[in-house]
Structures are given as structure tokens and as C-alpha cells.
Design a protein around this ligand. Structure first.
Ligand SMILES: Nc1ncnc2c1ncn2[C@@H]1O[C@H](COP(=O)(O)OP(=O)(O)OP(=O)(O)O)[C@@H](O)[C@H]1O
Length: 268
């Protein structure tokens, strides 16, 4: 199988802080990854490197066959769908939701011309239908609920028919029903032939869609473990990642984690 991206000893350093520390990570075309780690672990930073929005301070990144630092990142970004708060923050609150999705076709935020190709409009409407947000087309982005906003951002990320889809905390802020609907959409997407390589960042094992195959555990900018979910997502590895003893359940392809029993007694 082909390599979608490969990071070799990537570090991202800012004054007084190593955001990523010597991260090596290879993702192949037929894999769907979840990146798990506590607040501040470096997950969003990692996704920004993979999304060609951030250059490593040291190390190398090969994304979709292009080497960061030796390629036009604007071209590369059109091949990558990236749904994240940093993207949402750039969208004008008064933008129509359909235009939020459509404008991705030109890798911009904010409607920048009066007309779009009919093919683009049809594609935007089809994706919005698949994500159940057709009824929001004429609403403004700033009036959406968190769940509606997440779905709109995923629709926008899918608009360019990307080879790689990066979802940064797609389940954050969603109620139980909205989260389950989102997971069902991601499960369908991940099993659709020709689907993009999917990488999702999360804090919670409960948000891992059943069809995901691999996990990368991140703590303090460094990799705790990575590889096939069945091997790597253990209570021990998860506990090391989050800094506490955990119990982990795996039922019907879904995971659930909680603090180990002795911890509860210790709190009394
Ligand atoms: N420009 C910067 N200068 C210094 N520190 C930074 C800078 N940008 C991010 N950080 C810090 O780097 C760490 C990693 O940030 P990042 O957003 O990648 O973590 P995260 O795992 O996505 O966190 P969260 O789960 O809370 O969203 C955080 O401690 C953050 O405060």
C-alpha cells in the first residue's frame, strides 16, 4: 500500500517550549488513525504539520508525496481537508453555510466571487445532504450550534475531494445524539471506497468510530505508542498517556475508559 504521509524525527520548537519532540509517524492509504492525548499534548500542532500549515523546526515531513519546505504548500493544501477550530476562526460569522462549503473549492474562506461553477454547487449540496445539513444552506455560520458548525466544517473539508482528511476534535462540544450521529457519518465515510485517508484528533476513546484502524498516543509532544488499535490501545498505554491508572472497555467496536477502581477508593 502507498504511503499517505511520513514524518521523520519531527520537532516543533517555540521559545521556551517543545510543542513536538522527535515525532516519527508513517500513515498508509488504507489506514484510519485517531490521535489521542491530554490537553496540551501537541495534537493540534501535529495535525497542522500534516496539514502543511506548519513547518517542523527540525526533522522532515513528506505529505502526499511532497516534501514540506520543497513544495508549494498552497497546492498541497488543496489536496488536504482540514477541519479544526483554527479553520473555523477564519470563517466570517456572516458567511452563508453553503458558501462556507463552496469556498473550500478555491482554498479560501469568505465568498470571494459572485458565481461558482454549477458542478461545485452540486457537489456542495450533495456533501451537505450526506452530512444532514441541507437545511442550513442559507443560515449564517455565526448562528450555528456547535454540532451544526462541526458538520459544516467537515462538509467544507470534503468539498475538494481530498486525498487526506484531518479532523481536529470533531466530537468536541457535541451532545450525545449529535456525537453518535457524527460517529455514524465517519464510520460510513471511512468504509466508502475511494474515501480519503482519515486522521482524527480526540481526547476521548468514546469518540473513536468503529472503522478506525490505528492509534497514535501523544503526551508532552512525544509519542507514547502508535500502531494498530487492537495492539496499541491498552489500558496501560492509555494510562501512561493521560497520567493515571485507567480501565478500558471494548464493546461492539467502541471503546470506553474510566479511572481504575482503586483510584476511586483513594479519593474517599
Ligand atoms: N506559539 C506557541 N508558543 C509557545 N507554546 C505554544 C505555542 N503554540 C502552542 N503552544 C503550546 O504547545 C502545547 C501544544 O499545543 P497543542 O494545541 O498542539 O496541544 P493539543 O494537544 O492540541 O491541546 P488541546 O487538547 O488542549 O487542544 C500547548 O501547551 C500550547 O500551549
Amino acid at each position: 500500500m502507498a504511503t499517505a504521509f511520513q514524518l521523520d524525527s519531527v520537532s516543533v520548537v517555540r521559545p521556551g517550549k517543545r510543542l513536538l519532540d522527535d515525532v516519527s509517524w508513517t500513515v498508509h492509504d488504507d489506514e484510519r488513525w485517531v490521535v489521542l492525548g491530554p490537553n496540551g499534548a501537541g495534537k493540534s500542532t501535529l495535525l497542522q504539520v500534516v496539514g502543511a500549515h506548519l513547518h517542523p523546526t527540525t526533522g522532515s515531513a513528506q505529505i502526499l508525496g511532497e516534501r514540506l519546505g520543497a513544495t508549494d504548500v498552497f497546492d498541497l493544501r488543496t489536496r488536504i481537508g482540514h477541519s479544526a477550530t483554527v479553520v473555523a476562526d477564519r470563517i466570517p460569522p456572516a458567511e452563508r453555510v453553503e458558501d462556507v462549503v463552496l469556498s473550500a473549492a478555491h482554498a479560501v474562506t469568505g465568498r470571494w466571487r459572485e458565481t461558482y461553477d454549477e458542478d461545485d454547487v452540486q457537489r456542495a449540496r450533495q456533501i451537505m445532504g450526506e452530512l444532514g445539513i441541507t437545511g442550513l444552506a442559507d443560515r449564517t455560520f455565526g448562528t450555528l450550534s456547535e454540532g451544526e458548525r462541526k458538520r459544516s466544517l467537515i462538509a467544507r473539508a470534503l468539498m475538494t475531494d481530498p486525498e487526506l482528511l484531518l479532523l481536529d476534535e470533531p466530537g468536541a462540544g457535541l451532545d450525545l445524539g449529535a456525537r453518535e450521529d457524527l460517529l455514524a457519518s465517519l464510520d460510513v465515510l471511512s468504509s466508502t471506497p475511494g474515501a480519503p485517508v482519515l486522521v482524527m484528533v480526540s481526547h476521548h476513546v468514546e469518540e473513536i468510530p468503529p472503522g478506525f484502524t490505528h492509534v497514535l498516543l501523544l503526551r508532552d509532544g512525544g509519542v507514547v505508542a502508535r500502531g494498530p488499535i487492537a495492539e496499541v490501545l491498552t489500558a496501560e498505554n492509555l494510562g501512561t498517556t493521560f497520567g493515571m491508572r485507567l480501565e478500558l472497555d471494548h464493546v461492539d467496536g467502541r471503546y470506553a475508559a474510566r479511572r481504575a477502581q482503586y483510584g476511586r477508593r483513594a479519593l474517599r
